[in-house]
Ligand binder design. Structure first.
Ligand code: TTP
Ligand code: MG
Length: 406
C-alpha cells in the first residue's frame, strides 16, 4: 500500500487568529509584528496585505509605506499558543500518527484511512472544515506519499487550498519547481546549485549523484532523493524527552580554550533550539568532558529558574567548564553539554523581566531564521571561529561526530 502523508499548514496564522477573534479585521490588510513607527519586522501579513507586497520579515516601516491603510497589531503569543493547541487537538482526532512542526504546521500519516472517510481527499476536506468551524481559521493541506511532496503541495495550494499528488506523480509534480521550494535548500545550497546550472527540482533530480555528493557530502544523496520525490521518512510523534544533549569528539585532542568554548557555545545552541522546538524548559545544565587519557567526567548545575535560553545554558556550561579546567594539564578529546529536569515552557515569570523577554524574542527569531535559511544563516560571535575549522552547511557545522552533535 502506498503511504499517504498529509501536511497541514494554517494560512497567515498569527493574523488569522486576530481576525477570528475580531470581525472588524476580516477581509482587510492586517499585519502582526508591532506598530509601524517602531523598529521591528512583520511576523505575519494577511493575504489582503500580501497583495500589496507585504511579507514576513519585512521591516514594519517599509510595510507601512507600501500599504498605509494596513492595520498593525502588536500580537500576543498566548493567543497563538492556545490556537495552536486546539489546532493540534483537532488533527489528533484524525490520526494518532501526528507530528507537529512549530505552531501552525503538522504532518499526519493517514495510510489506509480511506475506509474511514471514504477517501483521503474527503478526509482532508473534513480536516479543513473542522479547523474552519471550530477555530475560524483557514488551513492549506497537501497530500502525497511522503513529507517533502506533501509540504510543497500544501504550500503551493495556499491560501485555503487542498492539493493531492497521486502516487507515481511525485517526480513530475516537483520537476518544474525552483530548487528553493525543496526543504533543506537554504541560500547557500541554492547558490552552489545555481553555480552548477541547476535551478529547477527536475534539473536537480538528473544531476549525477556523485557530483552532488562531492559538493554536499551525505546530504547530497538526500537532496537527490527528495528531488526525485522519494522520501520515506516516518512521522515522528513527539515523545517527552527526559534530557537533551549534544556532544562531539574533536579531530585532534585539544587544549585550546577558545575552541573549547566556541564548541560548547555551538552545542549549547543546538540544545537550546531543540528545547524550544519541544516547548520545554530545563532546570539543570550538565557538561561532559573526556580527556585524552579517556577519563570522562560530568559536572552539573541546577538553576533556580527553568530556562530555554541559549545564553543561560551556555553561561552555566561555561562556568562549569572553567572551574573544571582550572589548573588542568590534559588535552580534551570530547566535549558535550546537556539539559535535564525538563518542564513545560511557561513564560509568565520571564515576562516580568524585560531582559529575559528580550533574550526570548531573540532566541525565537534566530530559530525562525535558521528554520528558513539554514543554521549557518546566523552565527553568534562566540562560534565564529568554528567557521574556519568545520565545514558549514545549511544544517549547521559538520563536526567530526555529526550524528551526536546535530
Ligand atoms: P508561516 O506558516 O511561515 O506563515 P503564515 O502562517 O503567516 O503564512 P502562510 O503559512 O499562509 O504562508 O509561519 C507561521 C507563523 O509564525 C506566522 O503566522 C507568524 C510566525 N512567524 C514569525 O513570527 N516570523 C516569521 O518570520 C515567520 C516566517 C513566521
Ligand atoms: Mg502558516
Amino acid at each position: 500500500m502506498t503511504r499517504r502523508i498529509v501536511h497541514v499548514d494554517l494560512d497567515a496564522f498569527f493574523v488569522s487568529v486576530e481576525q477570528a477573534l475580531n470581525p472588524e479585521l476580516r477581509g482587510k490588510p492586517v499585519v502582526v509584528g508591532g506598530r509601524p513607527d517602531r523598529r521591528g519586522v512583520v511576523a505575519a501579513a494577511s493575504y489582503e496585505a500580501r497583495a500589496f507586497g507585504l511579507h514576513a520579515g519585512m521591516p514594519l516601516a517599509a510595510a507601512s509605506r507600501l500599504c498605509p491603510q494596513a492595520i498593525f497589531i502588536e500580537g500576543s503569543f498566548t493567543k497563538y499558543r492556545d490556537a495552536s493547541q486546539r489546532f493540534m487537538a483537532i488533527l489528533a482526532d484524525f490520526s494518532p500518527f501526528l507530528e507537529p512542526v512549530g505552531l501552525d504546521e503538522a504532518y499526519l500519516d493517514v495510510t489506509g484511512f480511506e475506509s474511514i472517510y471514504g477517501s483521503i481527499h474527503q478526509m482532508a476536506v473534513d480536516i479543513k472544515q473542522r479547523i474552519k468551524s471550530e477555530l475560524g481559521l483557514c488551513a492549506s493541506v497537501g497530500v502525497a506519499s511522503g513529507k517533502v511532496v506533501a509540504k510543497i503541495a500544501a504550500e503551493l495550494s495556499k491560501p485555503d487550498g487542498l492539493l493531492e499528488v497521486a502516487a507515481g506523480e511525485e517526480r513530475s509534480f516537483l520537476a518544474p519547481l525552483p530548487i528553493a521550494k525543496l526543504p533543506g535548500i537554504g541560500k547557500k545550497t541554492e547558490q552552489i546549485l545555481n553555480g552548477l546550472g541547476v535551478s529547477t527540482i527536475g534539473e536537480l533530480s538528473v544531476t549525477p549523484l556523485n557530483e552532488l555528493k562531492s559538493h554536499f557530502g551525505a546530504s547530497g544523496e538526500l537532496l537527490h532523493r527528495y528531488a526525485s520525490g522519494i522520501d520515506d521518512r516516518e512521522i515522528e510523534t513527539p515523545t517527552a524527552a527526559k534530557s537533551i544533549s549534544r556532544e562531539t569528539t574533536f579531530g585532534e585532542d585539544t587544549k585550546d580554550r577558545s575552541l573549547l568554548e566556541a564548541t560548547l557555545r555551538y552545542l549549547g545552541e543546538r540544545v537550546g533550539a531543540d528545547l524550544r522546538r519541544r516547548g520545554r524548559q530545563a532546570k539543570c545544565v550538565t557538561i561532559k568532558l573526556r580527556y585524552a587519557d579517556f577519563t570522562t567526567i560530568t559536572r552539573r548545575h541546577s538553576l533556580s529558574q527553568a530556562t530555554d535560553s541559549d545564553q543561560t545554558i551556555f553561561d552555566t556550561g561555561l562556568r562549569l567548564l572553567k572551574k573544571e579546567l582550572s589548573g588542568e594539564k590534559r588535552a580534551i578529546r570530547l566535549i558535550g553539554i546537556g539539559v535535564s529536569n525538563l518542564v513545560e515552557s511557561s513564560r509568565q515569570l520571564d515576562m516580568l523581566n524585560s531582559s529575559a523577554q528580550r533574550l526570548e524574542r531573540l532566541n525565537r527569531a534566530i530559530d525562525r531564521i535558521r528554520h528558513k535559511y539554514g543554521f549557518s544563516a546566523i552565527q553568534t560571535g562566540r562560534t565564529l571561529l568554528l567557521k574556519d575549522i568545520f565545514p558549514a552547511t545549511d544544517d549547521g557545522y559538520t563536526l567530526h561526530t555529526p550524528s551526536l552533535s546535530r
